[in-house]
Design a protein. Structure first.
Length: 143
């Protein structure tokens, strides 16, 4: 996981250091992106089900909080959200790949990338529960 620091819409800060020690899912999105709109409900479902065991963070690629908060409220999303309105954090993760959004990174508790999802391979909750949870949370594999 790259070193980063961002602020949630509630004012709290999140960084690679605050996520250390437990698995993490970091999702980059844009509210106008159709694939993002399909994937975000899946991630929200996982957050509600696994949020006490896995850190979740949704980061807008370059939309600011005013634009995103209406979308967040309309869809009843509750996962932590960073909407700084620039690509600073996105660029740290993307590293010029040009793959756009969505991009979802799944890290183990040591910050090692174990899975990457993008518009060619979207994250689906059922596959996450069967394929990824046993890797990052072996004691909860029966979920």
């Amino acid at each position: 996981m790259p070193e980063f620091k961002t602020y949630l819409v509630d004012g709290k800060n999140v960084s690679d250091a605050t996520l250390a020690g437990r698995p993490a899912v970091i999702a980059f999105f844009d509210t106008k992106c159709p694939d993002c709109r399909a994937e975000l409900p899946e991630i929200e479902f996982l957050y509600r089900r696994l949020g006490e065991h896995i850190s979740f963070l949704a980061v807008t690629r370059d939309e600011g909080a005013p634009e995103v908060m209406a979308f967040w409220d309309q869809n009843d999303y509750t996962m932590p959200l960073s909407a700084e309105g620039n690509r600073t954090v996105y660029n740290l993760f993307d590293r010029g790949s040009g793959s756009g959004v969505p991009q979802v990174y799944v890290f183990d508790e040591g910050g090692v990338l174990i899975r990457f999802f993008n518009d060619k391979s979207l994250l689906y909750a059922d596959e996450f529960l069967t394929d990824i949870v046993p890797l990052v949370l072996p004691d909860l594999a029966e979920l």
